[in-house]
Write a new protein. Structure first.
Length: 528
């Protein structure tokens, strides 16, 4: 097992062979045969591995095939795993340290190729006085393959990788001194992955579904709203190819969240756009939400299927498999129907026209009463109105309140959360982030209750449909009945927890903080 790993770059006027010869003359080493390696780097669409400080490399050399996790920190730890084929998901790997690591950083997302390199490796084993191995030196010369046409075949800077064994830290320090002091090598500031991505014209972490705007509190409110909505449109469009190809369920999830946030911004940032335009686009994005909903429901059921099974007694678990088969049987058709809608002129025209509107300069003459007001004043008023609505609806929920009341409270909480996230750059960072965090706790409960309500009703309808189509056993129907019963029990537990969570959210100190942030007198004057 390695203790340290460090990479160095060669000076521009020094060839790798010359350094290799100097190393052989200065240090006690044994050269290994040169090796040609095909390397592909992977990450998920969210750059989960990169943001966690690592790189995922698939390496082929001769008949060998490995998947490797590289820690890009100074420690440089690696986790290798022999594989027969490149896995599409972390869950496709056999149980072990690499699977656990990748699951932690990419979750359920598909592993997507980033860049491919052809590398020549020339390794040297460094031996101690007793001829025991103390470290390995690996000279790497790489060139891009299958990158952008302009960069294809481009060579990267040659690297030397020093890998020492645990317990040989003193030897590592000595060799490091030779490489830097006597041979003039300099530590690499960027990883091989970062250099390869730059050469291929890619920017790491170039996609995120997170809200991150830097708004000017004094800019016109309609200009701020356009900036927010344009970012949401970018997110929506970035996910369309992954949704069409059904790469993983998170593409559709992110597309739907961007759509839902768009509808919220249109409806809750009041008086900045003409009412007829707002109504038109709210209707258009409501349609997008509707045509993507069935596939998302199936994604949720299929991704949670093992959890459904575990919730049942052991003797009933196998009898739930016909439900999985039913969901999979209907999935392809539902996905195909959704993709037809996304390929339709209605969808493409909606996004094209929306981008034209958002990209146009804000007009001098406006019909919205808040269009020319400062963004901060409009944000204050819109958020404060929702703060009061959430408080009013939350306080009205009784132990026997119908599910519809909890659903309305959830929708109001979600709108409040979205507005606070849209405009968070206008407020004290820690203060608003803490309030959003508390709101999310309440939302998780209300969202869980609503999801269980929908799932219980939907699974009841699926059981009826499976019975009508025939071929389902009594045991399977009993298993589904037990599952629906468990969902109902979890739903009641969520309802019972709500009173406690809302009381924590509605405490006096929080009310004071909300008021201090959003209830300025200036923001309430002349908005409507």
């Amino acid at each position: 097992m390695t203790a340290h790993a460090k990479e160095y770059l060669f000076p521009a006027d020094v060839a790798p062979q010359a350094v290799k010869d100097l190393i052989a003359a200065r240090l006690h080493c044994v050269e290994e045969p040169a090796e040609a390696v095909r390397r592909r780097f992977f990450d998920d669409f969210d750059w989960g591995a990169y943001l966690a400080g690592g790189a995922i490399e698939e390496r082929r050399a001769g008949s060998g095939h490995e998947l490797i996790w590289h820690d890009l920190s100074d420690e440089g730890a690696v986790l290798p795993q022999a594989v027969d084929a490149m896995p599409a998901f972390a869950r496709d790997l056999p149980p072990g340290a690499l699977r656990d690591k990748l699951t932690a950083v990419v979750g359920l997302r598909r592993l997507l190729p980033l860049v491919t390199l052809d590398t020549e490796l020339r390794a040297m084993r460094l031996l101690g006085d007793d001829d025991n191995l103390v470290a390995r030196l690996v000279i790497e010369e790489s060139r891009l393959d299958q990158a952008l046409p302009a960069a294809s075949g481009r060579s990267l800077a040659a690297r030397l990788r020093l890998i020492s064994l645990r317990g040989q830290e003193a030897a590592f320090a000595e060799v490091d001194g030779v490489l830097r002091g006597e041979l003039g090598l300099v530590p690499a500031r960027a990883s091989l992955l970062q250099e390869a991505l730059g050469a291929a014209g890619r920017r790491p972490a170039d996609y995120s579904s997170k809200i991150d705007y830097e708004l000017d509190p004094n800019q016109r409110a309609d200009a701020a709203a356009k900036e927010i909505l344009l970012g949401l449109l970018d997110t929506l469009e970035a996910n369309i190819p992954g949704v069409r190809a059904n790469l993983d369920a998170e593409f559709l999830h992110d597309l739907r969240v961007a759509t839902r946030r768009t509808r919220c911004a249109l409806g809750q940032i009041k008086g900045v756009f003409p009412p007829d335009l707002v109504a038109h686009y709210k209707e258009g994005f409501a349609w997008v939400q509707a045509v993507t909903g069935k596939v998302r429901d199936l994604d949720v059921y299929l991704s949670g299927f093992e959890g459904y099974q575990r919730s049942l007694p052991a003797r009933l678990q196998p009898h739930l498999e016909p439900l999985r088969a039913f969901l999979l049987e209907h999935y392809a058709e539902t996905q195909e129907t959704m993709v037809r809608e996304l390929d339709s002129p209605r969808f493409s025209n909606l996004l094209k026209d929306w981008r034209v509107f958002l990209g146009a300069p804000v007009p001098r003459a406006v019909s919205g009463p808040n269009a020319r007001r400062p963004a901060k004043a409009v944000a204050d008023a819109c958020i404060w109105r929702l703060v009061r609505r959430v408080r009013r609806e939350g306080r009205a929920i009784t132990p026997d309140a119908p599910p519809e009341d909890l659903h309305e409270a959830r929708k109001s909480c979600k709108k409040l959360r979205y507005l606070m996230e849209f405009f968070q750059s206008l407020y004290a960072g820690e203060e608003i982030r803490d309030l959003v965090k508390q709101l999310k706790v309440l939302l998780d409960n209300l969202g869980g209750f609503q999801d269980l309500t929908v799932q219980g009703a939907h699974l009841t309808e699926i059981a009826r449909q499976m019975r009508e189509e025939g071929g389902v056993s009594t045991d399977s129907l009993l298993a589904m009945g037990a599952l629906i019963g468990d969902i109902c029990a979890r739903q009641e537990r969520a309802r019972e927890k709500l009173a406690e969570l809302f009381a924590a959210y509605d405490q006096k100190e929080n009310r004071r903080r909300f008021k201090a942030l959003f209830a300025s007198r200036k923001s309430q004057e002349g908005l409507w």
